[in-house]
Each structure stands twice: as structure tokens, then as C-alpha cells.
Write a protein that binds this ligand. Structure first.
Ligand code: HEC
Ligand code: HEC
Ligand code: HEC
Length: 134
């Protein structure tokens, strides 16, 4: 009588190794492609100066905080106007301000978030824009 069945061990090993490396293979070509956020939307094309609400570096690092502050300002304090660091005014609104310019949510917000593995839950309630790219 054999105690070890070599072929079963081998099959087991193959399955085990397969399961271990599956997530890596699965993610290849999906999340490892560094996203390049596209800003070629109709609204942004109309801008004389291709500028966000604050500087690009600020937006990259702080847009989540800015959004949370906006939400608190709007919902708690009824504040609807944001004055940026240059004194320019913006309406506090995720849908009507951010997504008005960034009407390509999939190619912009989503692509970057997928890459960074973050999943903002905002769209459970807030209406995502109709996708518009040029
Ligand atoms: C459970 C539902 C829900 C979720 C989830 C949610 N919100 Fe809201 N949000 C609301 C409601 C309701 C208002 C109030 C709308 C108003 O007063 O016009 C609001 C208002 C806001 C406002 C200010 C007004 C406006 O029109 O944009 C901002 C900014 C905002 N939310 C950002 C966010 C962000 C960012 C997230 C994700 C991190 C998020 N919200 C997730 C329900 C939600
Ligand atoms: C007036 C149009 C406009 C509005 C409104 C706007 N953006 Fe932008 N956004 C831009 C432009 C143009 C750029 C590119 C800036 C640059 O390259 O200097 C940009 C860049 C960004 C970036 C950096 C992208 C990168 O390439 O890394 C983020 C993140 C961002 N925006 C998020 C937001 C959020 C969140 C809001 C709302 C709070 C918002 N934007 C509102 C026009 C806008
Ligand atoms: C250049 C890449 C990039 C782009 C473009 C981008 N984001 Fe983000 N976003 C991030 C990263 C990275 C985080 C996570 C930051 C952290 O956890 O500190 C994040 C987090 C967030 C959060 C907070 C999520 C949470 O779970 O706390 C919100 C809300 C958000 N982004 C909204 C947006 C919206 C709306 C847009 C499009 C208008 C956008 N982002 C575009 C990179 C990006």
C-alpha cells in the first residue's frame, strides 16, 4: 500500500500554486498600467486656462479632503460657495462643479482609483455624469 499518492500531491501543488499566483496574473495589465487622467472633456476644452479648482499638485494630494470639506460645508453649514487660493469662486457641488468639468468619470476618477485600489462610495447616492469625452 502506498501512503503518498504522488499524482494527487502534484495536482494539489499545481492547484495551490495556481491559486497563489492567480491574483498577480489577474491584475497584470489591469491595474499595473499607470493611469493618465484625461482632461480632454468639452468643458475643460472651453477653459482659457486649463486649471482645476486649486493647483494640480494640491488636487492630486488633497481632492478627497477638499470634497469632504465641501460636503460638510454644504450639508452642515449650508455654505455653497468655495473661494480658492486665488480668490476665485466655485459652487460647492460634486455633480455640478467637479463632474461638470470632469465629465469623463470613467477615464478620469475611476481609472485612477482602480489603479490606486480606492473605491469612493459617493456614487451610491450622487449621480455620476453622463460620460462625455471628445
Ligand atoms: C448616503 C448618500 C450619500 C453618499 C454615500 C454621499 N453623499 Fe454627498 N450628499 C448626499 C446628500 C443627500 C447631500 C445633500 C444634497 C444637497 O443638499 O443638495 C450631499 C451633498 C454633498 C456635497 C455638497 C452638495 C453637492 O451638490 O455636491 C458634496 C460635495 C458631497 N455630498 C460629496 C460627497 C462625497 C465626496 C461622497 C463620497 C465620499 C459623498 N458625498 C457620498 C448624500 C450622499
Ligand atoms: C473648471 C473646470 C474644473 C473643475 C470645476 C474641477 N476640475 Fe479638476 N482639473 C481640471 C483641469 C483643467 C485639470 C488639469 C490641471 C493641470 O494639469 O494643471 C484638473 C486636474 C484635477 C486632478 C489632478 C489630475 C491629475 O492629472 O493628476 C484631480 C484629482 C481633479 N482635477 C479633481 C477634481 C475634483 C475632485 C473637483 C471638484 C472638487 C474638480 N477637479 C473640479 C478642471 C476642473
Ligand atoms: C490622479 C489620480 C486620481 C484622480 C484623477 C482622482 N482621484 Fe480620487 N483618489 C485618488 C487617491 C490616490 C485616493 C486615496 C487617497 C487616500 O486614501 O489618501 C483618492 C480618494 C478619493 C476619495 C476619498 C475616498 C475614500 O475612500 O476616502 C474621493 C471622494 C475621491 N477620491 C473622489 C474623486 C473624484 C470625484 C475624482 C474625479 C473628479 C477623483 N477622485 C479623481 C486618486 C485620484
Amino acid at each position: 500500500m502506498r501512503i503518498y499518492d504522488g499524482s494527487k500531491i502534484l495536482i494539489g501543488l499545481v492547484i495551490f500554486v495556481g491559486l497563489m499566483i492567480f491574483p498577480f496574473l489577474y491584475n497584470l495589465g489591469k491595474t499595473n498600467v499607470k493611469p493618465e487622467p484625461k482632461i480632454d472633456t468639452p468643458e475643460i476644452q472651453k477653459l482659457a486656462e486649463k486649471k482645476c479648482i486649486e493647483s494640480k499638485a494640491f488636487m492630486q494630494a488633497q481632492h478627497m479632503k477638499l470634497l469632504y470639506n465641501w460636503r460638510d460645508a454644504a450639508v452642515r453649514d449650508g455654505e455653497r460657495i468655495y473661494v480658492n487660493s486665488e480668490g476665485k469662486q466655485f459652487t460647492i457641488s460634486l455633480q455640478n462643479t467637479c463632474m461638470h468639468c470632469h465629465s469623463n468619470k470613467k477615464k478620469f476618477c475611476d481609472e485612477c482609483h482602480t489603479y490606486m485600489a480606492v473605491q469612493p462610495y459617493c456614487w451610491n447616492c450622487h449621480i455620476a455624469p453622463k460620460e462625455k469625452a471628445t
